[in-house]
Design a binder for this molecule. Structure first.
Ligand code: HSE
Length: 319
């Protein structure tokens, strides 16, 4: 295809969805990355760079290959055999968008091989269809903060630049929690009072992030739709939601479907050590050993095509 390439490498950021009240609607890109590289080959192979991931298929049933085939179909191009390489620094099944990053990266790399026939909006639509909700794949595609809706066929979104003073501290437990299990814990229906509670806070949160009113995050990040029901699956979460603001954060939430907790923090806060100590203690069990803490500034970049010569580590999307 015109403008196509022999080899394409995509870099995609981690994401934190929901941010409290924005269940299935709002997410932020974070400066931790996954890379997906694709090149036409004699025979299809999938290689994991860094940690081996033996539980994932290495043949054409692999999700990365299946997604690439979708792009070729949409573009009306014959599907080649592909040599695929994947490296992920985003921990799996922790609520940091590892599957969204893999989906968006595979779409981006395959599209690049073909000379980018599909616009980013279309990649976002396909990614949302695969993932089922837009709140991780939105910021994974566009970077920054993304507010999005999905009606089952069409996805629309608005991207915001993260407020310059905003950074995040994530507390990642050692155990995994699948999104399906965390979604199964939710009720089928909610009261009008709970619906109003959340939609008013999600609206306030979006306005606060759009205008840099970080002082409003404390109230704006409260939620009654998912966190109370997921708290029994995530030891320490109740305490994190109650106390993190008193320990120096602007607001706190379960990251995506969990089990990671995320604190939104003023970059210039003098209380970062206090916050670290608190989150380690609250989420890491008695000796604090069961949790990894990472400071992750927002990533302003989403899906980016990087030179295949660039090492698959680090990143460059953080501001
Ligand atoms: N909004 C989703 C959830 C994000 O909370 O279940 C997980 O990908």
């Amino acid at each position: 295809m015109p403008g196509g390439r022999d080899r394409a490498r995509a870099r995609v950021p981690a994401t934190s969805a929901n941010l409290g009240p924005g269940f299935d609607a709002l997410g932020i890109a974070l400066s931790l990355y996954a890379w997906i590289e694709m090149a036409p080959a004699e025979e299809t192979t999938i290689r994991y760079v860094g940690d081996p991931m033996p539980n994932l298929p290495a043949d054409k049933t692999n999700l990365l290959y299946v997604i690439a085939r979708r792009v070729y179909e949409e573009a009306g191009a014959p599907m080649p055999e592909l040599e695929i390489a994947f490296r992920g620094d985003i921990p799996l099944a922790r609520g940091l968008g590892s599957s969204a990053a893999a989906i968006v990266g595979a779409l981006g790399a395959a599209n690049a091989l073909l000379g980018e026939p599909l616009p980013r909006e279309e990649l976002f639509r396909i990614a949302t269809e695969i993932e089922g909700h837009p709140d991780n794949v939105g910021p994974a595609t566009f970077g920054g903060i993304v507010s999005a809706v999905w009606d089952g066929r069409r996805a629309s979104h608005i991207r915001l630049d993260p407020p310059p003073a905003l950074t995040t501290l994530v507390a990642i437990p050692a155990y995994e929690l699948s999104t399906s299990k965390a979604r199964a814990a939710l009720p089928e229906a909610y009261s009008r009072a709970d619906a109003v509670y959340n939609l008013s806070r999600a609206a306030l949160l979006t306005a606060a992030l759009a205008t840099g009113r970080l002082d409003a995050l404390k109230d704006a990040m409260q939620d009654k739709l998912h966190q109370p029901y997921r708290a029994p699956l995530v030891p320490g979460l109740d305490r994190v939601l109650r106390e993190t603001v008193d320990r120096g954060a602007l607001g706190a939430a379960l990251s995506g479907a969990g089990p990671t907790a995320i604190a939104l923090v003023d970059e210039s806060s003098p209380r970062k050590n206090e916050l670290e100590t608190f989150l380690r203690e609250a989420m890491g069990g008695p000796d604090g050993a069961g949790v990894e803490l990472l400071w992750l500034p927002p990533s302003v970049e989403g899906l980016v095509l990087v030179p295949a010569t660039e090492p698959m580590n680090g990143g460059g999307g953080a501001r």
